[in-house]
Design a protein around this ligand. Structure first.
Ligand SMILES: [Mg+2]
Ligand SMILES: [Zn+2]
Length: 433
């Protein structure tokens, strides 16, 4: 599989005059060279550089790639045609699925894993996606439970909109068919022009939701942060190479006010101090992962679509405090029959409903988490039991149900008890440091 790198950027905001943007040094090494090394380390050896501004600097530095043990083809764009137009011009060089990387991003991503998921999903395009602390000025994806992109919501966003915090990053795996959706004779951009057109045409796009590091280095501030993240080990730590601890968060009664079922966005309200507490987890570089039983889906009281709106409200309220959840897993099942309008195929004994550990186990597999070093915060003993069954430790908080199901779990004892999430996170910042 080819790696296509969009390397035509000027780097005006970085103040570059003697080299194009992808050649900006990041911790002493050109960013483009870091990209090639990162891809090579995941088994990729075939590169296509789409160049424009000061193409000769890139050509002189890399040559045909032999010195780095890879093969590089340089393709000079006849004229600047945007991120998508550039690929249209090089269409004849792309006969099978390929990775698209923007030349201004610092990445540490298992591209082989992402490419494999692309092939298996049957999607025409797979978009790297992650939450951030400023979704309001980012392009975000609205996806279904299977990761299929339903809508691409481009910035700027209207005031008051409920915004799922899943930001599309400048990293894709595309099948050649995607290029057929790029209009001729004009500049166009994947996120703003081509992906929306593909969705309108009913084409399948998938989000690759990941904790791995992808950040653009297009301004001096971002560049400084990228260099700091390399120095602190944060870039490598989030990769799939390394098992990492996470903090699992129950939803109702821990993040938001328990209302015995939340079926619409307007009913969701964060508990006091929650956004600050989640932001502390984010700043520590620890994945914050929500695991929530939502049996009302099986009972026919709320749909998956309804829950997406509730979770967009959750994301939006957290984002107002610059906080985010790295991922959210939900169990829609319920084992017993007897509700009018219930969804029979969800009325099952599943492996994901807490006190079973299925959601934690799935999260660990997806993000390569070290469950033995992870913690869960919950308001019921069923939460604590799920954490223990997964090999993690758990804190019981006194908000929400406040552990009122103790009689059903006589053998389950939390590893710590805290009045609320803020206090629980304060404790975790000490024991996980
Ligand atoms: Mg709860
Ligand atoms: Zn389940």
């Amino acid at each position: 599989m080819k790696i296509v790198i969009l390397a035509g950027g000027k780097g005006t905001r970085l103040g570059l005059t003697d080299r194009p943007k992808p050649m900006v040094p990041v911790a002493g090494k050109p960013l483009l060279q870091r990209q090639v090394e990162a891809a090579r380390d995941h088994g990729f050896a075939d590169f296509l550089f789409l160049t424009g501004h000061m193409a000769h600097v890139i050509e002189d530095h890399f040559g045909d790639g032999t010195a780095m043990g890879v093969a590089i083809t340089h393709f000079r764009e006849p004229e600047p045609l945007g991120t998508a137009g550039a690929l249209r011009a090089a269409r004849h060089l792309l006969n099978e699925p390929f990775v698209v990387l923007y030349g201004d991003t610092l990445i540490d991503v298992d591209l082989a894993h992402m490419a494999d998921l692309h092939r298996r999903s049957g999607a025409v395009g797979t978009i790297f996606a992650h939450p951030n602390d400023h979704p309001y000025d980012s392009d975000v994806l609205d996806v279904d439970e299977g990761g299929r992109v339903l809508r691409l919501m481009a910035k700027p966003h209207p005031d008051g909109v409920l915004l799922p915090n899943l930001v599309s990053a400048a990293l894709y795996v595309l099948s050649p068919e995607a290029i057929d959706h790029v209009l001729a004779d004009r500049a166009s951009d994947w996120a703003h022009d081509v992906f929306p057109a593909m969705l309108r045409a009913g084409k399948r796009l998938h989000a690759y939701r990941s904790l791995e590091y992808v950040k653009d280095m297009g301004t001096p501030d971002r560049l400084a942060r990228g260099e700091a993240d390399i120095a602190s080990g944060r870039v490598a730590r989030l990769s799939l190479r390394h098992p990492k601890p996470a903090i699992f968060l129950d939803r109702d009664g821990v993040l938001n006010i328990e209302r015995n079922g939340i079926h619409k966005a307007a009913d969701l309200a964060l508990l006091p101090g929650v956004a600050d507490a989640v932001r502390r987890i984010n700043l520590a570089g620890i994945p914050a992962i929500c695991v929530t039983n939502q049996p009302d889906v099986a009972k026919g009281m709320v749909t998956f679509e309804g829950l997406r709106a509730v979770h967009a409200a959750l994301d939006t309220q957290l984002a107002a405090g610059k906080a985010y959840l790295d991922d959210l897993f939900l169990c829609p099942h319920h084992p017993e029959a007897g509700w009018p309008g219930e969804v029979s195929e969800l009325k099952i004994e599943c492996e994901c409903r807490k006190p079973r550990p299925g959601m934690l186990v799935e999260a660990a597999a997806r993000h390569r988490l070290d469950l033995s070093a992870s913690w869960l915060v919950g308001d019921r003993h069923a939460d604590i039991a799920a954490a223990h069954a997964a090999g993690a430790r758990a804190i019981l908080v006194e908000t929400g149900h406040g552990g009122n199901d103790a009689a059903r779990y006589p053998d389950v004892k939390p590893d710590h008890v805290a009045p609320d999430l803020a206090s629980a996170v304060g404790y975790l910042m000490e024991v996980m440091a």
